[in-house]
Design a protein around this ligand. Structure first.
Ligand SMILES: Nc1ncnc2c1ncn2[C@@H]1O[C@H](COP(=O)(O)OP(=O)(O)O)[C@@H](O)[C@H]1O
Ligand SMILES: [Mg+2]
Length: 459
C-alpha cells in the first residue's frame, strides 16, 4: 500500500481525525490479521458489527481506527459516516495515484478463471496484483486495490454481484483501463430476476471505465445488443470460440485431454498453439478472453502462451484428479453451479474415458423457475453420453427424475458408499462432482480421494 497519513485519510473519507497524526502503510478489517502499526477499519457486516472488536484490535497492536461510532480509546481514530464507504474512498484514491494498468472482469461465470489466467500472463511482463481467491464484492475489491504500490505495473480485479448497483460501485472505485464482461448466463437470478436483469447489472462495469479505455467483448455471449450504446466510442477487441465476422481472437483445433486442453489461437498478430492446464471449451473461451485482455496492453503472443501454460490450478473448478492412471478420474467442479456451468460440465464429462457419472447437488439462487432449470439439465444430460447421474439436495432430484439413469440420495454417507462401490467395480470410470457452494459437494470429492489413498483396491 502507498503510505498515507491519518490527516490525509480523514480528508479522503470526509472524516474527522481524533488524536495525533500518524503514517499508515497497512489497512486491516479482520482482527485476526492485525499487525503492529496497522489501521483497523471497523466494518458493519450482515452477521456482525466489527465495532465490538475495536478494543481487541488495539490490544493486538493496531495504531489507529476508522470508526462510524463515537469511541473512547487511547489510539488515534478517524470518525466517518460509513466505514465501508470510507474503505472504498481510500481504495479509489490509491488507485488514482498509481500508474498501474487496471483490468476489471465481470460476467456470470469464469471471472476467477479469466482473472487467474490474465494475472499469470501479465506477471510475465511486470509486477502484477490480482484479486485474491474470490474477494470480488464491495469490500474485497477495495481491499485488493489497497495493495497497489508504485511498483505495480498491472492489477487484475474481479467484480462480482448478487444484485443491481454492486458493480457500478466497485467499477467506479476500480476505474479500469480495460474491461471484460465474460458472459451473461442464468446465475444469481434471485437478485436479478431475468437474463436481461443480469445483463444490465453486468453492464454497470462500463460506468467506471476510463474514457480512452478498452472493452473486450465475447461474441458468444447472450444479450450483446444491450451494450451497443456503451461501446460506441471505445476501443474494442472481440473474441469467440469459433471464427465469427468480427472476431479478433478465436480458436480452432480444440483437443480436450485428461487434465489439459490444447488449441490453436488466432489473433490479430497471427496464430499460435496454446496448451492450457484446464478442461473444457469454456476454459478455451476464458483463455481467449485473458489473451484479448493482455493483448490490449501490448503483451506479445509468446508471453501470452507461456502465461496461459503456467496458470496455477484453480481449485474446485473442473479440477481433474487422476486417481489411477489413466482409467479412474475424478473431476472436482464443486466450487459452484449454475445452468451454464452445469451444461459446460456435462460437455466436459462426456468427452472423458470410461463409465461417466455426474454427481450433482442443487443449483442455488435460480429464482422461481428453479425447478424448470433443473429439469432442463436432466434433458440436456439425456442427449449426452453420460451413463449415470446421482443427485443430492432439495431440488436436484428434478434432474435425476428426468434423466434416463438417475438416482437421488438423501444423505452424503449413502451416496459416498454407493459411489465407492461403482468406482471399485468399473475398470474405466470418470466421476464429475458439482453443486452450488452451499451444497458443499467437495465433501464427496474429499471422501473419494481419502478412500483412494487408504484402499489399495480402490485404484
Ligand atoms: N466461460 C465459462 N462458461 C461457463 N462456465 C464456466 C466458464 N468459466 C468457468 N465456468 C464454470 O463456472 C464455475 C465457476 O468458475 P469461476 O472461474 O470460479 O467463475 P466465477 O468467478 O465467475 O464464479 C466453474 O464450475 C467453472 O467450471
Ligand atoms: Mg469468482
Amino acid at each position: 500500500m502507498i503510505t498515507l497519513s491519518l490527516k490525509k485519510i480523514a480528508l479522503i473519507t470526509n472524516g474527522k481525525l481524533y488524536g495525533k497524526d500518524l503514517f499508515i502503510d497497512k489497512i486491516i478489517i479482520d482482527t485476526q490479521k492485525i499487525v503492529p502499526g496497522c489501521l483497523f477499519v471497523a466494518l458493519i457486516g450482515k452477521r456482525f458489527d466489527a465495532h465490538i472488536f475495536i478494543q481487541d484490535a488495539i490490544k493486538k497492536g493496531c495504531s489507529s481506527i476508522i470508526t462510524q461510532k463515537n469511541i473512547v480509546c487511547y489510539v488515534s481514530y478517524v470518525l466517518v459516516d460509513n466505514t465501508s464507504i470510507a474503505l472504498g474512498k481510500i481504495a479509489a484514491w490509491i488507485r488514482k495515484k498509481t500508474n498501474a494498468k487496471v483490468l476489471a472482469i465481470t460476467g456470470s461465470c469464469g471471472k476467477t478463471s479469466v482473472k487467474e489466467m490474465t494475472a499469470s500472463i501479465l506477471k510475465q511482463n511486470g509486477n502484477t496484483i490480482s484479486t485474491i481467491d474470490n474477494l470480488n464484492n464491495n469490500i474485497g475489491v477495495p481491499m485488493t486495490l489497497l495493495q497497489l504500490t508504485h511498483q505495480n505495473k498491472y492489477a487484475v480485479i474481479e467484480l462480482g454481484a448478487n444484485k443491481p448497483g454492486e458493480i457500478s460501485y466497485t467499477s467506479n472505485i476500480t476505474q479500469p483501463d480495460v474491461i471484460l464482461i465474460n458472459n451473461i448466463h442464468y446465475a444469481h437470478l434471485q437478485g436479478f430476476k431475468s437474463l436481461l436483469g443480469v445483463s444490465k447489472a453486468k453492464s454497470e462495469i462500463f460506468s467506471g471505465l476510463k474514457s480512452n479505455g478498452t472493452v473486450i467483448i465475447n461474441l458468444d455471449s447472450n444479450h450483446l445488443s444491450q451494450w451497443k450504446k456503451n461501446i460506441r466510442k471505445k476501443n474494442i477487441l472481440y473474441f469467440s470460440i469459433k471464427k465469427k465476422k468480427y472476431s479478433d481472437f478465436f480458436s480452432s483445433n480444440i483437443k480436450i485431454n485428461l487434465n489439459s486442453t490444447s488449441f490453436t489461437m488466432h489473433t490479430p498478430c497471427g496464430k499460435i498453439n496454446i496448451s492450457l492446464p484446464f478442461l473444457g471449451h469454456q476454459n478455451v473461451s476464458n483463455a481467449l478472453a485473458a489473451s484479448a485482455l493482455s493483448f490490449s496492453l501490448k503483451i506479445p503472443l509468446k508471453k501470452i502462451k507461456t502465461g496461459l501454460f503456467n496458470t496455477p490450478i484453480i481449485s474446485k473448478r473442473l479440477e481433474s484428479i487422476i486417481l489411477a492412471n489413466p482409467c479412474k478420474i475424478l473431476i472436482d467442479d464443486t466450487y459452484n453451479a449454475n445452468v451454464s456451468s452445469m451444461i459446460s460440465a456435462i460437455k466436459v464429462l462426456e468427452k472423458m474415458p470410461g463409465y461417466k457419472i455426474l454427481v450433482t447437488g442443487d443449483m442455488a439462487e435460480l429464482g422461481e423457475k428453479s425447478i424448470l432449470y433443473h429439469q432442463m439439465i436432466g434433458n440436456t444430460a439425456n442427449l449426452s453420453k453420460i451413463n449415470k447421474i446421482f443427485s443430492i439436495g432439495k431440488i436436484s432430484h428434478e434432474i435425476t427424475k428426468i434423466f434416463n439413469n438417475g438416482k437421488h440420495f438423501f444423505d452424503k454417507k449413502t451416496l459416498n458408499r454407493y459411489l465407492k462401490k461403482i468406482f471399485l467395480e468399473k475398470n474405466k470410470i470418470t466421476i464429475l462432482v458439482k453443486g452450488s457452494r452451499d451444497a458443499k459437494m467437495e465433501e464427496v470429492v474429499e471422501y473419494l480421494i481419502e478412500e483412494s489413498k487408504k484402499n489399495v483396491d480402490f485404484v
